[in-house]
Design a protein around this ligand. Sequence first.
Ligand SMILES: C[S@@+](CC[C@H](N)C(=O)[O-])C[C@H]1O[C@@H](n2cnc3c(N)ncnc32)[C@H](O)[C@@H]1O
Length: 427
Amino acid sequence: MKNTYNLRSIAAQAISQVLDRGQSLSTVLPDLQRNISDKDKSLLQELCFGVLRVLPQLEWYISQLMAKPMTGKQRTLHYLLMVGIYQLAYTRIPAHAALAETVNGATALKKPQLKGLINGVLRSFQRQQEQLEERVVNNASHHLHPSWLLARLQTAYPDHWEAIVAANNQKPPMWLRVNSLHHSTADYLSLLTQAEIKAYPHPEHPSALRLAEPTAVTKLPGFNEGWVTVQDVSAQGCAELLAPQENEYILDLCAAPGGKTTHILELAPTANVLAVDIDEQRLKRVKENLQRLKLHAKIIVGDGRTPDKWAKDEKFDRILLDAPCSATGVIRRHPDIKWLRRNDDIATLVTLQAEILEAIWPKLNVGGTLVYATCSILPDENSQQILQFLERHPEALLSDGTIAGHQILPEIEGGDGFFYARLTKKA
Ligand SMILES: C[S@@+](CC[C@H](N)C(=O)[O-])C[C@H]1O[C@@H](n2cnc3c(N)ncnc32)[C@H](O)[C@@H]1O
């Protein structure tokens, strides 16, 4: 049966919702892809993520091909053009199909009168592609990051920012966490090999396997039975550093969607885990993840800044605080972050993180352990945050063998950018 939708126009709408309405791709895509086939879903994702990954280059190409970009009611057509150029410059989609489908997208977007324009610009791009591609590398758009973020990375990592930017601009590898309650990592690797899925272990993270190629979860042996979870290797370091023990009372604060809640329980199945998050919708995902893995935790909607409202007389043996952050360590997975975040957001996030840390620290037992984690690579949210906390709290000891926590940078074929610090409460 012929599709009744035009995928390129849906991609243009998704991009418009991100760039013009400030919504994240992970929020807008589920709605937009509700009635499309699985095969088309992955192409839609490739188009949306891809365009947002290389956005400044696409802007630059269009600026070379049109005197003025389309604005106002025609703005979505500007994004449709980006989708068209993206296919020609960055994918193996045959040019004739990319062109025809993109031009038809104008009709789907109720602007059939602009089909000729879209066709003309895409054909000009094709004609000039080689020389435009040569010129784009000498252009400021080359790094594909907003200038405020580039400046922060250059200041924080004068010798390493280019490697970070290069890693951010790649498509991310897919990592699995093997559920040690079902299989050893070596045994699960054999199951993958039998299923003709190539994967590699990690020397430091015992449950992690990197897939040679991203694979649909339905193809992973025992996914529905909870044998394995999709989780970046750096994120796996949080629960490992927390080192939960059997029967302990553990708070997983800022828990949704529950990637780390389930890891804690795989490491200590009899631990009593309380998973708290401010976002009720996102907490539903924690429940689903626990169900798939057949694990149990208590789930509460709560604000980390006011724990007396949801844990009045309680104290915990261990606390994992996976704080809300800029997510600058996971740009390769969420390229929309580059265009959704603003420089001013960082100070606001740093304040929120400090408020949650201050409020939750009294809930930790003496001798207990708190792991503070973010998927940020900005020192303000990480090492600086922890150093300032240590200054305010002489009873807090950094107990992870570092002087200001572990800052992990994103690496091609490696893990995401992440930060964790382990604090112990002295008497
Ligand atoms: C990095 S995500 C957590 C990821 C999660 N730990 C996992 O491993 O799947 C940060 C979470 O903090 C939550 N959050 C933001 N502000 C909060 C607050 N004031 N109190 C509690 N949770 C908050 C967000 O809803 C979001 O789910």
